[in-house]
Design a protein around this ligand. Structure first.
Ligand SMILES: NC(=O)c1ccc[n+]([C@@H]2O[C@H](COP(=O)([O-])OP(=O)(O)OC[C@H]3O[C@@H](n4cnc5c(N)ncnc54)[C@H](OP(=O)(O)O)[C@@H]3O)[C@@H](O)[C@H]2O)c1
Length: 492
């Protein structure tokens, strides 16, 4: 099936736009998602991130017959891509496959590149190698900072996506391309269907403006476009979806839109998390007693979606691109709201409960917290219980000739919480018909137990309990088997 060419020939060949609707050309058992990946050559962007590394781990663990996984890596903080690969493989997430399937890492091949560069910053050889070999693409890389300058966010999230698409257009054997968007790519509206909502101006135009005009003009335009979007991140993800939509007739594309990704239900370990960003960050603050007040509307839904459900959805969406070929892009709202709603009130109560039941060694104050929509009350609590306490703890540290760090930490936490105010005070109604249909389809495959994507079928109580333990274990690197010791510490 694979076309064999050498690099010289490749550079003079015309890009081969695949004809979609030809699932018959692929010879695999349609009832097996694992079979779809047999022999495949995959390209992943963003594999050092929270979602990307969970996707990489799951593909290696559950689709053992994959041939090769190319991962796009950039040198960063003085580390070469080889050093970054080694560091990535040292991550606790890979402990399970290191034990179960130690040889699998030979399949992972790093490719030096950067999504913000022309042709992804790839060498000519690597570019050719990818379009000759790869048949499945997952594009996860993005800048996820809420308040990145507009130009940066456009270059990375829209420009980067354009570079990935250009590469896909050249691929000889592309079977499936999955783009990771966000459920909040349309957060200027509150009822969100599984479709692409048009932007006011074309993404190509905005890319041109960012390339050719100075910051003053770009920012002027950005203000006009911002509309009711809370930040540049959601706006640029909306642009990226629109850009992708232009290729619906040319590429087999699915868009997966996760809401706020949270700790794992089950895989690779219950409660697995990787960073202090988003909901996990707030939970960690509650856990160590540094969030005495959280601002928001407690009766609104907090749309968390566990990481393993998101990862499995990416894999199943990729498979479904071939099972149900279409000239329309399949969009999946990968959310919990319509299926298994969790409200802030319950979320915050469970977080506080398990912060006490499974305390961290890093606890600073007893983990009690209130959730309020009263800004004045919130500010008063924050001032006295966060800033004054942090100031006093810093003074204590300085008296003991230690470096003060609490005030800095509290300020950072506050900034992070404020960035989420919009999402804590608003509720979105997400449609989930495509997601539901995918759940039903996967249900009748041979591998439905391996690729759980059903957000209805887990218990938030258990998940939040595991997440609090996961924060202690995977983020604070504590030994969670020894809970008795930390409980004693908390009770002092
Ligand atoms: N986390 C969530 O709650 C959430 C929710 C909805 C949607 N999403 C989407 O999920 C995707 C992954 O998010 P995440 O939470 O995993 O973010 P993350 O942890 O910040 O990871 C971002 C990844 O993108 C890579 N990246 C960023 N800029 C790059 C560049 N110029 N060139 C190459 N790689 C670059 C990063 O690589 P480096 O290590 O080199 O920086 C990293 O691997 C994003 O598309 C995001 O929009 C996330």
């Amino acid at each position: 099936m694979e076309k064999k060419n050498n690099s010289k020939q490749l550079s003079i060949m015309k890009p081969n736009i695949i004809e979609i609707n030809h699932k018959d050309q692929y010879n695999f058992d349609e009832n097996s998602i694992q079979d779809f990946f047999t022999g495949s050559i995959i390209f992943i962007t963003g594999s050092t991130g929270f979602l990307g590394k969970a996707l990489l781990e799951k593909l290696l663990r559950s689709c053992k017959k994959i041939s090769i996984i190319y991962i796009l890596l950039r040198s960063k903080n003085g580390q070469t891509i080889q050093q970054r690969l080694e560091k990535l493989m040292d991550n606790l997430i890979f402990d399970r496959i290191k034990f179960e399937y130690p040889d699998c890492f030979t399949k992972v091949i790093p490719i030096n590149g950067d999504i913000s560069q022309v042709k992804l910053g790839l060498s000519e050889n690597d570019y050719c190698l990818l379009f000759e070999k790869v048949n499945i693409v997952f594009h996860c890389a993005a800048t996820v900072g809420f308040n990145e300058p507009f130009k940066t966010a456009i270059n990375q999230n829209v420009g980067g996506t354009k570079q990935v698409i250009d590469l896909c257009l050249k691929m000889f054997n592309l079977k499936s391309f999955v783009y990771v968007s966000t459920a909040y790519s349309n957060s200027n509206i509150f009822e969100i269907d599984e479709k692409i909502y048009p932007t006011k101006i074309k993404p190509e135009f905005i890319l041109d403006v960012c390339k050719n005009f100075d910051d003053e003009i770009v920012n002027f335009l950005a203000n006009k476009l911002q509309d009711k979007h809370p930040n540049t991140y959601t706006l640029t993800k909306n642009f990226a979806e629109n850009l992708i939509n232009n290729y619906k007739d040319k590429l087999p594309i699915a868009i997966v839109r996760p809401s706020i990704i949270s700790g794992a239900v089950q895989e690779p370990f219950p409660g697995w998390v990787d960073n202090f960003i988003g909901a996990t960050g707030v939970m960690a603050q509650v856990g160590v007693g540094l969030a005495k007040s959280i601002f928001g509307e407690e009766n609104k839904i907090v749309d968390l979606i566990p990481i393993d459900i998101v990862v499995n959805t990416l894999i199943c969406a990729s498979w479904n691109n071939i099972i149900q070929p279409s000239n329309k892009i399949q969009v999946y709202n990968c959310v919990s709201g319509p299926f298994n709603p969790l409200r802030w009130k319950r979320c915050h109560k469970l977080t506080a409960k398990y912060a006490i039941e499974s305390p961290s060694k890093h606890v600073v104050l007893y983990p009690g917290t209130i959730f309020t929509s009263n800004r004045l009350l919130h500010n008063i609590i924050v001032f006295f219980c966060h800033y004054v306490v942090a100031f006093m703890l810093d003074l204590l540290d300085m008296c003991q000739r230690q470096k003060p760090r609490m005030l800095k930490l509290v300020k950072r936490n506050e900034r992070m919480q404020n960035a989420y105010d919009f999402f804590k005070c608003n509720e979105f109604y997400f449609h989930g018909k495509n997601m539901k249909q995918l759940v039903e389809k996967v249900q009748i495959t041979k591998n439905h137990m391996i690729f759980n994507i059903d957000a209805e079928k887990f218990d938030w109580d258990q998940n939040i309990c595991n997440c609090m333990l996961g924060i202690n274990k995977f983020l604070f690197k504590e030994n969670t088997d020894n809970l008795k010791i930390t409980k004693n510490y908390l009770n002092k």
